[in-house]
Write a protein that binds this ligand. Structure first.
Ligand SMILES: Nc1nc2c(c(=O)[nH]1)N[C@H]1C(S)=C(S)[C@@H](COP(=O)(O)O)O[C@H]1N2
Ligand SMILES: [Mo]
Length: 190
């Protein structure tokens, strides 16, 4: 893709064009003027962020991380984004919930344990290989689920919900894909 970088700190990167598009409803187009990222807990909405609130007011981090799809392909990409814990702390959501459920505008869902998200510095990316995420790649935000299979890497995120429900199963998880999503374990039937 035009403008993307293909090397970072001596590491070669894949191209944005190397992804295999297989989203459940195809690429989504988010109108950023109307977009809000909702942070909620079981009592209701805690905070709503506009795109610029997030991009301008939070520190960003950058890291080369490989996305592994269960279909057998992978891509090494330089991701840049905002730490989940920075957003959650800012939102004043209660942090004693064990689980975080993520929603995308295409109806996709997934979940992770809150401790995993905090302990591993998971972040929401808004840039890949130095360019703003293209629509097909999840603009405005994709969760970078480091150490997890790509079904945890939800794109087009518009809601993050703190929950007591440790048994929630997202779109692919409810169809048999691993609910812990650990890369070092089989991706089916856990
Ligand atoms: N919102 C949303 N996020 C999603 C998906 C999806 O269908 N919808 N698919 C997941 C899967 S299975 C993969 S492999 C990764 C990367 O998919 P891509 O190559 O289509 O970007 O996105 C994940 N995030
Ligand atoms: Mo996937």
């Amino acid at each position: 893709m035009e403008g993307e970088i293909r090397e970072f700190e001596g590491k070669l990167l894949n191209s944005i064009d190397d992804f295999i598009e297989n989203s459940i409803k195809g690429p989504q187009v988010v109108n950023i003027e109307n977009y809000k990222l909702i942070v909620s807990e079981e009592g209701g909405i805690k905070k709503e962020y506009k795109y610029d609130d997030l991009i301008n007011n939070f520190d960003s981090i950058k890291k080369v991380i490989t996305l592994y799809c269960v279909d057998g392909w992978s891509v090494d990409i330089l991701w840049e984004g905002i730490l989940m814990k920075d957003i959650l702390i800012d939102s004043k959501v209660k942090l004693d919930y064990p689980s975080i459920i993520f929603y995308g505008i295409d109806g996709y869902t997934t979940s992770l344990s809150k401790d995993f998200v905090f302990d591993n510095d998971l972040f929401l990316s808004y840039k890949m290989n130095g360019v703003i995420l293209p629509n097909e790649r999840g603009f405005p935000f994709q969760l970078i689920g480091e150490f997890k299979w790509a079904h945890k890497w939800i794109k087009w995120i518009n809601k993050i919900e703190l929950s007591n429900n440790m048994n929630f199963k997202g779109y692919w998880e409810s169809r048999g894909y691993s609910n812990n999503g650990n890369l070092n374990e089989p991706f089916f039937g856990r």
